[in-house]
Design a protein around this ligand. Sequence first.
Ligand code: ADP
Ligand code: ASP
Ligand code: MG
Length: 468
Amino acid sequence: MKDLLVMKFGGTSVGSAERMRTAATLSAAQKRKRPVVIVVSAMSGVTDLLIETTKHAEGGDDAGRKSNLRKLEERHVQACEELLPAAKRKPVLGGIRELVGEFDRITHGMLMLEDRPPRSVDEAIAIGERLSALIIAAYLNAQGTKAEAVNAAEVIVTDAVFGSASPLMEQTTARARKLIAPLIRAGVLPVVTGFNGATADGRPTTLGRGGSDFSASILAAALGARELWIWTDVDGIMTADPRLVPEARVLEEVTYREAAELAYNGAKVLHPRTLAPLVERRIPVWSKNSFAPEKPGTKIVSRIRSSNGARAVTSLGKVAMVSLEPAQATLNGTHVMARALGALARANVEVLSLSSSSYRQSFCFLVRSEEKERAVEAMESALALELAHGYLRPIDVDEQVGLLAVVGEGMQGTPGLAGRIFTAISRERINIIAIAQGSSELTIAIVVRREGLEAAVRAVHAECAMGK
Ligand code: ADP
Ligand code: ASP
Ligand code: MG
């Protein structure tokens, strides 16, 4: 669809009746010019509330579960009442009660089972997005913009990795053409839920926390959109997280590769997998602030005019360093590493960075904290014999570490940059534990002691004059 604009509104951009009004106004204004599809997140905080409720249910805390159900209903009923005239509320209030009832039924099942099966969790937590899509579509209609809420479970076909599913693009494209394209042709604005999908045989899935960005890029690719706009609560992609570095500045343009490196290394402003579906089709992305829509935002494209040195710095605090070391020199370190990595791959653990020493045959790697247990279990079972016989030292896990990444297409051509970055960090008396330049010349990843992470980010930002 040549002229199609896909826009995604994040949690804060639909976090209240007021914010939904703005999102609807921005959508209606674009729709007057060209075909538009919007993808919406749950209202801010709702996904956390839903997840907490499933935990109450699993733990047998029915009072906690019910209190959250009330909060869920109240928040959406209030938004509905603030947005819609009394005469138009009834079907929407009915829809809200139905969805809250569905959530009640699923979490009641968890309470009975004293368990939270991943596929039920996915079915349950996607209800946040279904609630916001319902309300926003109703509001658009009430304002005279023809709109229809669409549950992405009907459109985005995924594998069965619950909690972190991947799209099957061919099937998704076919569904998008069948279900969404006709709405657009009929002049209707589809309001699609972010975050969720379903397997080909209809089991509900989610794409991982923050996954609505990814939903929007999947749909933009499937529908052959001209552009994707991601509306959030900051002015665009910045040289650092503004919550950590007050001097951080908005970048006018970044490349797909830079944006992907930033996202994978902790820049929450984009879900790490967002850009993958767009790169090949060269669909440009804008990151924009729904609180200041007049500002230009950041454009993400294949190539940019010039890129000097280090452009942005990100960090990940919730990581763990896992180390493996042979107790005997006779053990072949490369074989151990191969088997350990094979086990991690089968357990679906993402290795964030890795370094090894050929002399001591040892190696260590970084994983996200939430994947740490899975990583250790997988390795312990793959290397059970070596561990039991003492050929390998017990697997060591250090959680007092953090990852910092410096990113920029032009870093390779800037001599002495790595040295300056390390010096800036050391000057703050922060210990550098590991360094990985990786094969992508545009990122230097540095593992430091956790307590020094924020200071290291600020030191690098200042040293590279990113704020200027
Ligand atoms: P949304 O709910 O719209 O998806 P998120 O909270 O997921 O928004 O992402 C936006 C947040 O990302 C910002 O409020 C900001 O604090 C954080 N952030 C982290 N790193 C960066 C960065 N480099 N540039 C901009 N924002 C960043
Ligand atoms: N609501 C989901 C979350 O909070 C998805 C998203 O907002 O992107 O993770
Ligand atoms: Mg987000």
